[in-house]
Design a protein around this ligand. Structure first.
Ligand SMILES: [Zn+2]
Length: 73
């Protein structure tokens, strides 16, 4: 039996100077979580709204870290 859970996905975008090669870089990265019994916050299954708040936070952290080019990582 296969159960599929609803996926909550946000796309993070970053552009800036690559910290490795110093050239202009643009990155897109997808962040997602699923709404499932395994994904809980304080004992309750996370709602779509809670997940989005977390994803936005993760995207901010990721963008602040200056990811640079994928090939330069
Ligand atoms: Zn680079």
């Amino acid at each position: 039996m296969k159960t599929t859970f609803q996926k909550v996905e946000l796309t993070g975008r970053w552009s800036g100077k690559c910290p490795v090669c110093g050239k202009q870089a643009y990155r897109v990265k997808k962040f997602f979580q699923t709404i499932s019994p395994f994904n809980k916050l304080n004992g309750f299954v996370k709602t779509e709204g809670q997940i989005k708040v977390e994803l936005v936070g993760q995207i901010h952290e990721w963008a602040k870290s200056n990811p640079g080019h994928a090939k330069c990582e």
